[in-house]
Design a protein. Structure first.
Length: 303
């Protein structure tokens, strides 16, 4: 994987002095073959675009699967983007049998957040968003409890309470979907409810969950108790896309922290919550900056 320009922590639609520029991000997946980089570069050049970042990765020296992320500047992008997409589809994409998508970086990804009672991941996202460190638009927060209403509304974000129990789950999910349907991404910031397969199917690779353990270890409830009982020397957290298979979706980001036998379950939880906050923030940021390509049950992340 090459990394000619690293913009992972800088919103891609802004220069260093916060002057808006017209940029787009093109994500490509196809069989590796000669001429892809040249074909894509020449196409962008024909539209008078200028490439500012190009990352690529192939799974094998020959005949593997190929992944590319291209970010480019193109004046007047919004006025010609439909023509650009149609032309690219009929020429370059068709020639190389590409799966691809183009994103106008001036259009902010709309993000809805679901949470229960634990506030550490949620408040970290809201703080980063308020400080301009998350390149997205957080539209609202939905919770199955009222506990965090004031904290959320202090950030100027709408808060919606949708109670969930074993008798109203389908109705509650319908209300949640109605509240969040206009979003591009849902983030489960310690939302302690299992989403149904029907709900997940409406949001394919558009739901990110933070799991409070280093998957695939310690799935299910109370992983810090499980880790303590096993006497682990590392604890961690995993951000992944949600699929119908519980805690088995493609992993976006993980991190770990070394611990010892001296630390209690309470201390492990405190350390773990720090890891969770950072791992979730990185995963969300990479998704909204179009740095993630899903391939099977894995991800390629150009970070």
């Amino acid at each position: 994987m090459s990394d000619t320009t690293n913009l992972s922590n800088i919103p891609s639609s802004f220069t260093s002095d916060d002057t808006a520029i017209d940029t787009a991000t093109l994500l490509i997946k196809c069989r590796d073959q000669a001429g892809i980089v040249q074909a894509v570069s020449e196409f962008i050049h024909r539209y008078s675009g200028n490439i500012i970042s190009l990352d690529q990765y192939s799974t094998a020296h020959e005949g593997g699967q190929y992944f590319m992320r291209v970010e480019f500047v193109l004046a007047g992008l919004s006025a010609i983007i439909e023509n650009f997409e149609v032309s690219f589809s009929h020429t370059v994409a068709k020639r190389y049998d590409m799966t691809w998508r183009l994103h106008d970086n001036m259009i902010k990804t709309k993000v809805g957040i679901l949470v229960s009672k634990f506030d550490h991941a949620l408040l970290d996202l809201l703080w980063r968003h308020q400080r301009g460190l998350l390149d997205c638009q957080i539209t609202s927060v939905v919770s199955n409890h009222e506990d965090l209403r004031q904290a959320v509304e202090n950030f100027g974000i709408p808060f919606h309470h949708v109670p969930v129990n074993k008798d109203n789950k389908a109705e509650a999910e319908a209300r949640i979907h109605e509240r969040l349907a206009d979003n591009d991404l849902l983030v489960l910031a310690r939302y302690m409810q299992i989403l149904s397969a029907d709900f997940v199917a409406r949001w394919p690779m558009q739901i990110i969950n933070i799991h409070h353990s280093f998957l695939p270890a310690f799935v299910g409830a109370d992983p810090y108790r499980q880790a303590y009982d096993k006497g682990v020397k590392l604890i961690g957290a995993t951000a992944h896309y949600v699929t119908a298979d519980l805690d088995q979706g493609p992993i976006i980001e993980q991190d770990v922290h070394r611990v010892t036998h001296k630390q209690s379950v309470v201390e492990l939880r405190a350390i773990g919550r720090d890891i969770e906050r950072n791992v979730l923030a990185r995963a969300v940021n990479w998704h909204v900056q179009n740095r993630v390509i899903v391939t099977g049950n894995k991800t390629v992340v150009f970070n």
